[in-house]
Design a protein. Structure first.
Length: 217
């Protein structure tokens, strides 16, 4: 089955729900603690942030980086991110991450709660893009939901990719891709692709640091 329609619906969800995006960060103490983890991660140099959303992570990255290029496909969330982040070292770009190719290399590629939105069939290409974006010695750093977080989602069956149903305040409903990677399987999958990776759980979430193969792809 083709996952394009599912991904289009996922995009529509984040565009329509931009004003509601930050609510979990205000409501859940665990997310506030997770934000603080950035200070303990090897984020340095020029940073590429994928799927930056409303910029919850961007100022924390900018505090540790020489520069940050923050990319998202939804103009509505990017507008909020720009308002939140008044740093001359941060550049925001609107681009579809399934089509966009970074024009340069970075010391760090960071993404929070994005990997779970990538359909499994597209993961090899995604990781190849990340590898190609990294400068020699660079690292990919990622944070996402672990399997326990599935208890908070309305999981859908018979979809083109693992999916969940999300609702907005106006009652509208959207399907999104939602893959709850467990530490062992994701480690094995990345190892097969040639990455050196360390992933560890933190509550319902997982944090990973990965270094690409010598020859991407």
């Amino acid at each position: 089955m083709d996952d394009n329609a599912l991904l289009a619906e996922q995009m529509a969800y984040y565009r329509a729900g931009a004003a509601e995006y930050d609510r979990p960060y205000a409501e859940y103490e665990d997310l506030q603690k997770l934000l603080a983890v950035v200070d303990d991660l090897p984020i340095a140099g020029d940073v590429l942030e994928l799927a930056c959303g409303t910029g919850q992570w961007t100022p924390r990255l900018a505090a540790r980086a020489r520069s940050v290029t923050a990319v998202d496909a939804a103009a509505e969330v990017l507008a909020l991110a720009c308002a939140r982040t008044a740093s001359p070292t941060v550049q925001f770009l609107e681009a579809d991450l399934f089509e966009w190719q970074p024009p340069r290399r970075y010391d760090t590629v960071f993404f929070a709660f994005w990997l779970s939105h990538v359909p499994p069939a597209r993961l090899p290409d995604f990781w190849n893009t990340v590898a190609a974006a990294l400068a020699p010695g660079g690292k990919a750093i990622f944070i996402d939901d672990g399997p326990a977080a599935a208890a908070e989602e309305e999981i859908l069956a018979d979809q083109p990719a693992p999916a969940a149903l999300r609702r907005l305040d106006d009652g509208s409903q959207y399907r999104i891709v939602k893959v709850f990677h467990d530490v062992r399987t994701l480690t094995d999958d990345l190892t097969v692709l040639g990455w050196s990776v360390r992933i560890w759980p933190m509550g319902w979430n997982s944090i990973g640091i990965a270094e690409p193969p010598a020859t991407p792809g």
